[in-house]
Design a binder for this molecule. Structure first.
Ligand code: SF4
Length: 63
């Protein structure tokens, strides 16, 4: 199975530029899951820009 980095990047809203996991969704999910967080694409663009990827912030953003 091939990696779809270029396609993934088209859907990625993450504004944290130095991240080496951008477009590598499996690595992105693994990293944030280990931190008790969610990836950028779970958040609206304005919330994503705060870099608060906590589950609590996600729930708050959905209320
Ligand atoms: S959501 Fe996190 S791991 Fe994924 S590309 Fe952005 S900063 Fe990197």
């Amino acid at each position: 199975m091939e990696c779809n980095i270029e396609r993934n990047l088209k859907d990625c809203n993450c504004s944290y530029e130095p991240c080496s996991r951008k477009g590598k969704c499996c690595e992105c999910v693994r990293y944030h899951r280990a931190m008790g967080e969610l990836p950028a694409c779970y958040f609206s663009d304005d919330v994503e820009k705060t870099f608060d990827r906590s589950i609590a912030r996600f729930i708050k953003s959905r209320k």
